[in-house]
Write a protein that binds this ligand. Structure first.
Ligand code: GP9
Ligand code: MN
Length: 415
């Protein structure tokens, strides 16, 4: 039954962060374009590789007057990888600790961001040039009330314009802009890139920088595919302008999960100029970039609050003036003064402004030295609790007992 929901609901209500009144609804009615960037980690930003800038376009955005760049933002995905990132964005809940929620619980009731935006007059879609059943997307998108999935059948994919997993990002965005332009407005469209995916291979003509020179071919090629993706984003922004879709949109971009696993620690240490990669370093390397680009805002800045993918949904909905105070969500608005510097990873690790907890060890965030576990204790408990609550909601399909309009538990839940 749904009685478990009472406890979860109390926790969620008690941990609400008040909205930032200056930001709430400031961009009401704008189109929303969310770009989930495949395997993009933060360490390549504002960095070079043997003298070559890896992300010139994204770096230029960091200092752009219309961009909020979150420099201390982390992925929270598990084994569901790309699909977990999608799930977290849509629901502000964790994926599961085993398997992929997109496969295991695609029949659940949710109260997704697409559903909410749909109810607020938005046309909602996903654009991704892969088979619709990959990650069980076609089934899950129905439960998420996504109105349209532009899968591979909507794209012209051939030998010339594909590499690695499929359609290259530059032609993907070129073709997607045509689809965007046909959609009713306002729209919420989520695009998922593909070229910067393991094993990070490219055609010769798309290599804009050389490979790196470590013992890891994976890391060596990663810089090249990231550089290519950065170029694809640059051309996408131009195309949006040409189509007249730029000024009236908000563009949110974030990395979905790590691209370089711990198997490449030796090469990573070489690149980062460290003796070794410790569990502390590995945790901080889970940082992925988050950009909220709002043409005309003029208020852009670099924000170093600690946050994670769970925070995306309330942050975005509030900018568009959509209330989330009744939502069963575990994230908080990154623009809220009450947003806490605390991000929980799916495996129980966490990062705060003071601590990094990894390998069952509490590290001083500033120095990377091991520190008294007492400092981490309260966070360890909360991390466990939030993960457990999220799992309860999903495993018990508890949102079917919840009326998100009123915030009331349906009668079945409280019997
Ligand atoms: C496939 C793409 C990659 O459609 O999203 O998924 P991943 O392997 O990164 O989870
Ligand atoms: Mn991915």
């Amino acid at each position: 039954d749904g009685s478990e929901l009472v406890e979860v609901d109390n926790y969620v209500q008690a941990n609400q962060a008040a909205v930032n009144e200056d930001m709430f609804g400031k961009y009401k009615g704008r189109n929303l374009i969310v770009i989930q960037l495949e395997s993009l980690q933060n360490f390549v930003l504002q960095n070079d590789m043997n003298g070559y800038e890896v992300t010139p376009f994204l770096n230029s955005l960091i200092h752009d007057k219309d961009t909020y760049y979150f420099s201390n933002f982390y992925h929270q995905t598990g084994l569901g990888k790309t699909s977990d990132a999608e799930f977290i964005l849509e629901n502000s809940l964790f994926g599961l600790d085993r398997g992929a929620v997109f496969f295991t619980h695609s029949g659940n009731t949710f109260n997704s961001m697409s559903e909410k935006l749909g109810k607020n007059g938005y046309y909602t879609s996903v654009m991704h040039a892969n088979n619709k059943s990959f990650w069980n997307r076609d089934m899950m998108y129905q439960s998420l009330k996504m109105q349209k999935f532009y899968d591979i059948t909507y794209y012209d994919v051939n030998d010339e314009n594909s590499v690695n997993w499929g359609l290259k990002d530059i032609p993907f965005f070129e073709q997607s802009v045509e689809l965007l332009a046909e959609q009713p407005q306002p729209f919420y469209t989520r695009m998922i890139t593909l070229t910067n995916h393991f094993p990070f291979t490219l055609d010769e003509e798309d290599k804009m920088i050389p490979e790196y020179n470590s013992n890891s071919g994976t890391l060596n090629r990663y810089f090249q595919t990231v550089r290519y993706m950065d170029e694809a984003l640059k051309s996408f922004f131009e195309e949006l302008k040409e189509k007249g879709l730029y000024d009236n949109s908000i563009i949110v971009m974030y990395g979905d999960h790590y691209g370089i696993s711990e198997n490449h620690n030796k090469a990573m240490a070489m690149y980062l100029g460290k003796d070794e990669i410790t569990p502390y370093d590995t945790a901080l390397l889970q940082s992925v970039p988050l950009f909220i680009h709002i043409p005309g805002s003029g208020d852009g800045k670099v924000i170093d609050k600690v946050g994670g993918q769970m925070d995306l949904r309330p942050t975005i909905l509030h900018l568009l003036g959509i209330d989330t105070s009744n939502d069963m969500q575990l994230g908080a608005d990154l623009f809220s003064d009450e947003h806490e510097d605390f991000v929980i990873f799916r495996d129980g690790r966490f990062v705060t402004d003071k601590y990094v907890y990894a390998d069952e060890t509490c590290f001083d965030r500033a120095t990377g030295e091991e520190t008294d576990i007492q400092g981490c204790k309260p966070y360890i408990e909360r991390a466990q609790k939030e993960l457990e609550y999220s799992d309860k909601i999903i495993n018990g399909d508890l949102l079917r007992f919840y009326d998100e309009e009123t915030g009331n538990l349906l009668s079945d839940a409280v019997k």
